[in-house]
Write a protein that binds this ligand. Sequence first.
Ligand code: HEM
Ligand code: HEM
Length: 162
Amino acid sequence: MDWHVRAFLKASLAWLTLGVTLGVAMAAHPLWTIYRPAHVHMNLLGFVTMMIYGVGYHVIPRFSGHPLHNARAPRWHWWMSNLGLALMVVGFCVRAHALPVGTPLLATGGTLAAAGAYTFVYVIWRTIDGPAGMRRAMQRTERAMTTSARPRLPLAEKQNAG
Ligand code: HEM
Ligand code: HEM
């Protein structure tokens, strides 16, 4: 298993632990539901999305039969998504107390998390398409096979006629 796959799966489990713990805390102390957006994003952006990132990076190259379009991008993606979500969680909690610093924290975290998501979309999209070189080589082979098949036809016809 690649480093980034392991790291996304473990981050997903860590966010699930934190998310459900905050959920139980909110269930026990109804006043703490001011932290609901933090709980929602720990579970949905942390647990669900990070699990999908990890499984996607492992499975899609194998399903498509193409290597990952960029082998280093998932590491950057991991840092952007996790740092971004951590800032978002702090931002949501701070904003729940109407402190103005919450908004820049949330906006910075959200931008990082979104950049991570865009990285995933780009890398997986290009992986599904396959390497350009491999595609061009296949097209060249196909063209060569069709053109080399054509001159044989009249020859075969001549032989048949003979
Ligand atoms: C032991 C596990 C969990 C507990 C105790 C829990 C508890 C809660 C509580 C108390 C609320 C606030 C409800 C209110 O506004 O009055 C809430 C909201 C929410 N939770 Fe959880 N939760 C848990 C797990 C999860 C998980 C795993 C997810 C997603 C994968 C999730 C998604 C949500 C969402 C989306 C909301 C907001 C619902 C809305 O906007 O009305 N929760 N949860
Ligand atoms: C970069 C990514 C994301 C950013 C910056 C973001 C930002 C936000 C913000 C600012 C809110 C309003 C919170 C409030 O009421 O104060 C919100 C709400 C919400 N978001 Fe996101 N979000 C992101 C990704 C996601 C994803 C991937 C999901 C689900 C898979 C999701 C599900 C929700 C839900 C369910 C709510 C309503 C929460 C509630 O009931 O309190 N978000 N989001």
